[in-house]
Design a protein around this ligand. Sequence first.
Ligand SMILES: [Mn+2]
Length: 459
Amino acid sequence: MKFSDIQKNIIDLVKRSEKILILPSTPVDGDAIGSSLATYLVLKKLKKSVTVVCAEDIPDVLEFLPETQVIGDKLVSSKDFIVTIDTRKIKVDEIKSNIEENKVNIIITPKEGRFTEKDITFNEGMDEYDLIITVDTAELPQLRKIYEDNPQMFHEIPVINIDHHVSNEHYGKINYVDIMSASTTELLLPLFEKMEEKFEIELVDEDVATLLLAGIITDTGSFQNSNTTPKAFAHAAQLIAYGARQQEIIQHIYKTKQLSQLKLWGRVLSKIQTDEKYKIVWSSVSQEDFRDTQSREEETGDIIDELMTNAPGAEVILLLKERADNTISGSVRTTNPAADASAIAEMFGGGGHGQAAGFRIVDGNFRQHEAEIIDKIRQYQSERLGVVEEPQEQEETKKETPIIDVQKLLNQVKEAEKAQEAMPSKEDVEKFKPIPPKHRESKGTTAGTTPGVTYKFED
Ligand SMILES: [Mn+2]
């Protein structure tokens, strides 16, 4: 079916639906969040009742995106009665409840100011969703507990599946899947434009454009990854013309590295292993590393991409992460299109794109799995490279230029750490956090005020 027909079918189905549930995939990234919140805003403009639920927390680095506060972490049951407090203006300090003889009091203490009736709305539970939209989700188990706890829901309610992963399983009633698209948000732009025509209403405002651009920027590694197509650039340009706040995205996602993240990066570098023969570079992060560096699991997000840019001689780059829930997740990148990251991830039950993929191994011994995984990747590479058996001499010369210069990178990290430790305390840094543009004027702060935690890795 042509994409224009699929878009038309989506618009028809959206038109007929009233209560729409949007589900981003896990692990949560800029594309999953960007596409779910952009869809949320657009459907709100179409006067739909919209809910976004995600099984995992939103990484701190993405919190700056518009509307992240609407993302819930649980589906509510149809029996539940929900009291919703609008906390955009007034923040909640504490919620208490007490049960008296014939009544229940819910006591909401604000941090400052006062809540009024206008800040409170009442809702009933979930049973009446009439449409589910999944974004950036190759297969339903990626929705984790949302799917695990409610599998029947995905049979009863029509699903629109919007995605760009090669491994997409086409599980939707409508599957809007384009594997040539750099991000899911890139697919949404033409859809929203078509909706604008149909509904005769402006849908792509600055917030929507910012969310869509965030997906393109994060999924292409800021236009550095191999999935950066001419179309991705064209769509990005178009989004900036719509008012997408590109600098805000770059500032938050790429230019501000926390000290904890630098320390974590140091750990990953010190554990790097290389297999020159099969052109594999890998490293791992354990729960101990997270504890010792006081960093969180989500902070490994761009480490794999850093590894990739710094190991140009490697063909397969792997980062294994031991998660708190006793699962192991692996991120795979390949620098050579002939080495298929998605095929490698599939060997371990995962999937993804040709040059960027991931997998998750439920429960197990970290060390033992690491050895097995590397073995399998060696096998994959040996079958691929097997034909070109290189003479011994050539191998000797190759060793002089290692595929990754770990020492050099470690020195860079040390310097960056030193620079950061000389910086003001965390509280001071907190005070100087960049202020969102709309508040800048009123607070009299100049746009250039960014925390001193700016560090960029240089080659
Ligand atoms: Mn994506």
